[in-house]
Structure formats: structure tokens, C-alpha cells
Design a protein around this ligand. Structure first.
Ligand code: ADP
Length: 477
């Protein structure tokens, strides 16, 4: 294992432990990896104070000076790619190849925003008055709170920390209690990269207590959250009193439409990548497959064959394609969705039950004859279950795809250019993959519409989330 396993909070450049601890499990074995300090209100206050104290000096650095440290942080991640991946797989369960991919993806945000740090341009507006000039600059928001989930224990952090630090903000991070070790490892590397004490702080433990202090603080000017819609709404409400800026990356219910004119082989490849990555536990994973009648049998047959080849197992024991679900609650949700679908007439084409490995392993599953009244149609299953609906017309598919309060990602396969534009524009979704199953990249804006959230991460737009405009009128000229 990596030499950077830490078991306490990182506050103001110091590692602090406490009397109370909680266990971090390996979901593949159910065994405890290490007990880590359980932080609460007091540690969070301490971290906010440290972030506020570090803010003036950090924002006063030139963009290039900040850029050099952020870039170095990303380079260190790549230098230690395999060790980070090992730790990540251990606490999260994803296959090593996926974990290595995540390290590279996470580091890409540090590289990207190290560059963007230098491009926080302002503006000069022609003044309507002869004796004044109007200048617009961009300033860092201030102390930022970040709350992140367990499904991408590294990337969901750098996607927030990189633009925040690039903009000149300082941060208090509360990672998921399921996966704090990756967050601690990031803090070790931040320090090695020369990020000054207090600029990046990590507190893990009692989520509700930590979240309350972060959201109620007048010092914290912004909350960036990735997680469930339920918790996102709760935190937004908690932030109302201090009127914080908000970035919310919440749940989705992604449709994946296969039209009769699609390249079916390509659609199956896209479906496999988008549905089964991370054991189906990403917010952009497909949740609903809509397949046009003429290709329904061909597509579901090919998908079933591909799903049948997935190798399930412990990420650290040989080559596997699918790991366990993160915890027993996640397994329960998958079980209840499948039971509900079968009770309402769905058919199992493959899988459909707990895996023989036990624990939280679940068989990669394909369900046919899915209809809108089933839970799999309405809620994100967040597991390895491909639920296939049948449709006849384009209008029907678009209406069904949009019939959800969510709007994060959507996918469709067609070889008709006019249809590609028409459907791409009609889908109520922040991101659309057209003949593509994987759309995440640091250079493009990631985010949702409707109840999937607010704001965008990554890309040239991502820096704005951590900047405020300031307008200055210079008069008396
Ligand atoms: P998921 O279903 O992906 O675990 P959650 O929204 O439950 O999504 O969790 C995402 C993050 O939000 C985690 O870091 C979790 O600890 C945190 N969290 C959950 N509930 C609260 C809360 N009441 N206050 C603050 N943070 C919370």
C-alpha cells in the first residue's frame, strides 16, 4: 500500500487525530483498512479559520505562482499513479485499470486549471460618460467548502480544488466517509507540491455536523457539492441563510436511445462503457435504455452477450471488469429495483441476482420489457443493471427520455445527421453523447439542468464558479 495512508484530519498543514474514530472498509472483503479520526464541528471550525487565514497570501500570489504549485500537484499524482490507484481500489472497490484511469483523469483537472489560472481575464467597457472609465476584474470568491462523494474519490476532489485554488480561493474539503484515504493522499501530495498550509484542508467524520458548520459559516462564501439530489437540496437550504454561491452536481437518470439507423456494435460498446463502468455507480451512467422496435432484439441480444463476458471480483486480485457495490445499502437498492421490475413484468436476460462471491457483489444484469411504472425507470439504480425499454417513434423516445426531473447526461446512437442535431437539441440534459458512451473530459463543461444541479465543472467555464466579477468606475478623468 502507499506510504501515505493517513488516519486524521489535515488542517493548516498539520495532521491531527482525535479520540473518536471510525473504520474505513474494503468493500471487496468487508475488512477494515484503517480506523480514521472522526471529525465534527470543532475540527471544521478550525479548518475554516485556517482557510480564512491562508486566503490573503494565496490570492496575492501571481496567477503563475499558483499555477506552478497546482501543476506540480498534478504531476505528483501521475508520478504515483499506481500507488494512488491501489489505495483507491482498496477503499472503493473499482477495478485497478479504472482506478489508474481515475488518477489520470483527476490529475488532468490540476493540469488544466494550472493553465486556466493565468486566463482569468477582465474587461474594459466603453463608458457612457466622458470623464470616467469602466473596468471589470475577476476576484476569488474566498473560502470554499467542498463536499464530495465516494464514487470518484480523487477526481471529484480535484475537479473542485483545482479551479478553486487556481482562482485564488482556499478550501475546506469534506470527502465521503466511505473513501477518506484518497482525499488524505491528495493532501500529502498537495503539501509536497508546495501548496501552503491552510490553503487545502481536509476534515472527515460526522457528515451532518461538518456540513452544518460549513453551510452556516459566514466566512465560507461558496459550497461546491457532488452527491445525491436529496442531500444537495438539503445543503442548498442550509446555505440560504448566508446566501452562498452554489455549485451542485447531483443525480441523473440518463437515457440511452438506440435508433434503428444506429451502428449496433458501436451502440453496444458505448452502452457497456457508460452503464457498467464503476459497477454502474457514476452519476452519468445510463439508467434507461430506449431501443427502437426494429433493433430491439438485435441490440438486447448483443448487449446480453457482452455483459455475460464481464469478469466480477476483487479489484486487487487479478483482472476484473466489475467490482463490488460500495456498501450494503447500495446492494439493497439494486435488489429492490430488480425485484420491483420483475414483479411488474420485466424479463431477466442475464444476471438478476447477487453474485456468488457474496458481500456486495451483484451480477451484471440486463432486463428486457421494462416499462415506465417500474422503479428502475424513475430512480437512479446506481448499480450494474441495464433496463431496456422498447419504443417506436423518435417523438416517443424524446418524450420518454425527458420524462424525469433530472437532466445530467443523455446518450443516443444514430447515423442520420439531421436526427443527430434534432434529438441532441431536444434532450433536456446538460450533456449529450451522440454515438459516444463516455463524455467526461477536463476540457468540456460537466454539469446538469433541472434537478441535476447548478453550475459547471471543468473546461474554460469551470473557473467562473470560483470567481466574482468586480466592476470599478474610474472617474474624475
Ligand atoms: P451518495 O448517495 O453518493 O453517497 P450522498 O449525497 O449521500 O450521496 O453523499 C455525498 C456526500 O455528501 C458525502 O460526502 C456525504 O458524507 C455527504 N453528506 C451526506 N449527508 C450530508 C449532510 N446532511 N450534510 C453534509 N454532508 C452530507
Amino acid at each position: 500500500m502507499t506510504p501515505w495512508v493517513r488516519n486524521g484530519h489535515y488542517i493548516n498543514g498539520q495532521w491531527l487525530t482525535g479520540e473518536q474514530t471510525y473504520p474505513v472498509f474494503n468493500p471487496a472483503t468487508g475488512k477494515v483498512i484503517v480506523n480514521v479520526a472522526k471529525g465534527g464541528a470543532a475540527e471544521t471550525e478550525q479548518a475554516i479559520t485556517a482557510a480564512a487565514a491562508a486566503f490573503p497570501a494565496w490570492r496575492a500570489l501571481t496567477a503563475k505562482e499558483r499555477s506552478i504549485k497546482i501543476r506540480r500537484w498534478g504531476e505528483l499524482m501521475l508520478e504515483h499513479r499506481d500507488a494512488l490507484a491501489d489505495l483507491l481500489s482498496r477503499e472503493q472497490g473499482k477495478p485497478l485499470a479504472e482506478a489508474r484511469g481515475e488518477v489520470v483523469y483527476a490529475a488532468s483537472f490540476l493540469e488544466w486549471f494550472a493553465e486556466e489560472a493565468k486566463r482569468a481575464y477582465g474587461d474594459v467597457i466603453p463608458s457612457p460618460f466622458p470623464h470616467s472609465r469602466i473596468v471589470v476584474t475577476r476576484e476569488p470568491v474566498g473560502v470554499v467548502a467542498a463536499i464530495t462523494p465516494w464514487n470518484f474519490p480523487l477526481a471529484m476532489i480535484t475537479r473542485k480544488a483545482a479551479p478553486a485554488l487556481a482562482a485564488g480561493c482556499t478550501m475546506v474539503l469534506k470527502p465521503s466517509e466511505e473513501t477518506p484515504l484518497s482525499a488524505f493522499a491528495l493532501a500529502v501530495l498537495a503539501e509536497q507540491a508546495g501548496v501552503p498550509a491552510g490553503v487545502f484542508n481536509v476534515v472527515s467524520g460526522d457528515a451532518i455536523a461538518i456540513g452544518k458548520v460549513l453551510t452556516e459559516s459566514e466566512v465560507v462564501r461558496k459550497l461546491s457539492f457532488t452527491g445525491s439530489t436529496r442531500v444537495g437540496k438539503l445543503l442548498a437550504a442550509q446555505c440560504a441563510d448566508t446566501l452562498k454561491k452554489l455549485s451542485l452536481e447531483l443525480g441523473g437518470n440518463a437515457p440511452f436511445i438506440v435508433f434503428e439507423d444506429a451502428d449496433i456494435e458501436a451502440a453496444v460498446r458505448g452502452a457497456m462503457a457508460s452503464k457498467f463502468r464503476n459497477t454502474g455507480q457514476t452519476c452519468v451512467c445510463v439508467n434507461r435504455f430506449y431501443v427502437q422496435s426494429g433493433v430491439y432484439d438485435a441490440f438486447t441480444k448483443a448487449l446480453t452477450a457482452a455483459v455475460g463476458k464481464l469478469r466480477v471480483g476483487d479489484a486487487l486480485r487479478g483482472d476484473v471488469d466489475q467490482g463490488p457495490l460500495i456498501n450494503p445499502a447500495a446492494l439493497k437498492k439494486v435488489q429492490s429495483h430488480v425485484a420491483d421490475a420483475l414483479g411488474k413484468g420485466a424479463k431477466v436476460l442475464t444476471g438478476g441476482k447477487e453474485h456468488a462471491l457474496g458481500g456486495t457483489f451483484y451480477e451484471p444484469t440486463v432486463l428486457a420489457d421494462v416499462v415506465p411504472t417500474m422503479l428502475v425507470a424513475q430512480e437512479e439504480t446506481f448499480g450494474p443493471v441495464a433496463a431496456c425499454f422498447r419504443f417506436d417513434t423518435e417523438e416517443e423516445a424524446i418524450a420518454a427520455a425527458n420524462n424525469t426531473p433530472f437532466g445530467l447526461s443523455a446518450y443516443f446512437y444514430t447515423r442520420d445527421m439531421a436526427r443527430a442535431w434534432r434529438v441532441g437539441e431536444a434532450l433536456e440534459s446538460g450533456m449529450v453523447g451522440i454515438n459516444e458512451g463516455i463524455i467526461s473530459t477536463e476540457v468540456a463543461p460537466f454539469g446538469g439542468v433541472k434537478q441535476s444541479g447548478l453550475g459547471r465543472e471543468g473546461s474554460k467555464y469551470g473557473l467562473d464558479e470560483y470567481l466574482e466579477l468586480k466592476y470599478m468606475m474610474m472617474g474624475g478623468l
